[in-house]
Design a protein around this ligand. Structure first.
Ligand code: ASN
Ligand code: ZN
Length: 346
């Protein structure tokens, strides 16, 4: 089968290029041989358990979708664009070759289940599962670029530190600091995917899920996580109550990352105004997101383990900064200041 240059009309990211596979004279499938055969298939509103049981999308002229949520192929365009952009981001930013670093391209199933208002990384199928929305909070398929970056980053995290929640309740909600780091790093690298892709219709920012049409305009955000009232995300660590649901708890390290990258106070980046507070009242001057990403990725892949908590995450990122920039460097001192600003000190 030959690689072929196609195009797609996505729901959230405008017109996008797609590299697909030609399997017959007028038959193309949504599988990218230039990115480890990363592929999107259709779950047909079933809760399929394997990627292989999904139905391949085919197209006769290699021009995919019409850009509306009603069209089954358009959600697939967003998903395929997202998984290939995520593959590219990890490769060019960190030299990581695929989610498991084995050269295999990401797999995704769209139209997963009936009225599913969520998207998931599934360790069982080693694939992305995207619901079409619950028709209430989420009115469209959850195929936005930063959502894909978030979910596939769960796959990267599973292959590296593999954080485990300290507790799971009867509804399957996860709790604790290691689980919160799982959500936080998925948000951090999910925004990384958005910055790395730099799509004009879905421009990069420190908000997660801003394309999903939510009433509060975003799902979570890194600059001041407590602006999220949906999940009750927190800005700071505090000892007394740290048995938090992991999405709520994620704010601590997400906020530390934002401060490390961009610094505290008021700042407008790419049309979004941020005003990031600090717990200790000290201002932080950011070192830029490229350096912050390298420090957090190195910490994730070399120093963090399944039980790492926020204080250990601080140590891991300090070690990573010392490795790359030296223990006396501005970068190292800013890592220390960013954690102190979210109430995580030695
Ligand atoms: N979208 C959610 C997440 O990645 C799904 C879940 O695992 N609860 O955090
Ligand atoms: Zn998550």
């Amino acid at each position: 089968p030959a690689p072929a240059n196609g195009t797609g009309a996505s729901i959230f990211a405008g017109g996008v290029p797609l590299i697909t596979t030609q399997t017959a004279k007028s038959t193309f499938v949504l599988k990218d041989p230039s990115r480890g055969n990363g592929e999107t298939r259709n779950a047909g509103r079933q809760e399929l358990e394997t990627f292989a049981s999904g139905k391949q999308f085919t197209d006769a002229d290699n021009k995919w979708g019409n850009g509306t949520s009603k069209d089954a192929a358009s959600a697939a365009v967003d998903a395929q664009y997202g998984i290939t952009s995520t593959f590219d981001y990890y490769k060019k930013t960190f030299g990581r070759n695929g989610i498991a670093n084995d050269g295999v391209g990401p797999h995704a199933l769209v139209h997963f289940g009936n009225n599913v208002g969520n998207a998931f990384w599934s360790p069982d199928c080693a694939c992305m599962l995207y619901g079409d929305g619950d028709g209430e909070t989420f009115k469209q398929p959850l195929v936005a670029l930063d959502v894909t970056g978030h979910e596939l980053s769960h796959g990267v995290i599973e292959a590296t530190a593999n954080f485990q929640p300290t507790r799971v309740d009867g509804q399957g909600n996860q709790y604790g600091e290691a689980g919160s780091l799982n959500e936080s790093l998925a948000d951090i690298f999910g925004t990384g995917v958005e910055f790395g892709t730099n799509n004009a219709v879905n421009p990069p920012n420190y908000l997660l899920g801003e394309k999903l049409g939510l009433e509060q305009k975003f799902l979570r955000r890194l600059d001041k996580p407590s602006l999220d009232k949906l999940e009750g995300t927190v800005d700071y660590w505090d000892e007394g109550s740290y048995d938090r649901e992991v999405h709520a708890g994620s704010g601590v390290s997400s906020h530390a990352f934002y401060l490390l990258a961009e610094g505290s106070g008021r700042k407008t980046v790419g049309g979004v105004t941020y005003d990031s507070p600090t717990h200790d009242g000290q201002s932080v001057t950011g070192i830029g997101r490229a350096k912050a990403e390298q420090i957090f990725y190195r910490a994730l892949t070399r120093y963090m383990v399944s039980t790492t908590d926020f204080h250990e995450a601080r140590t891991a990122t300090l070690q990573a900064a010392a490795d790359v920039y030296g223990a006396g460097s501005t970068e190292y001192k800013t890592v220390d200041a960013a954690w102190a600003a979210v109430n995580v000190t030695q």
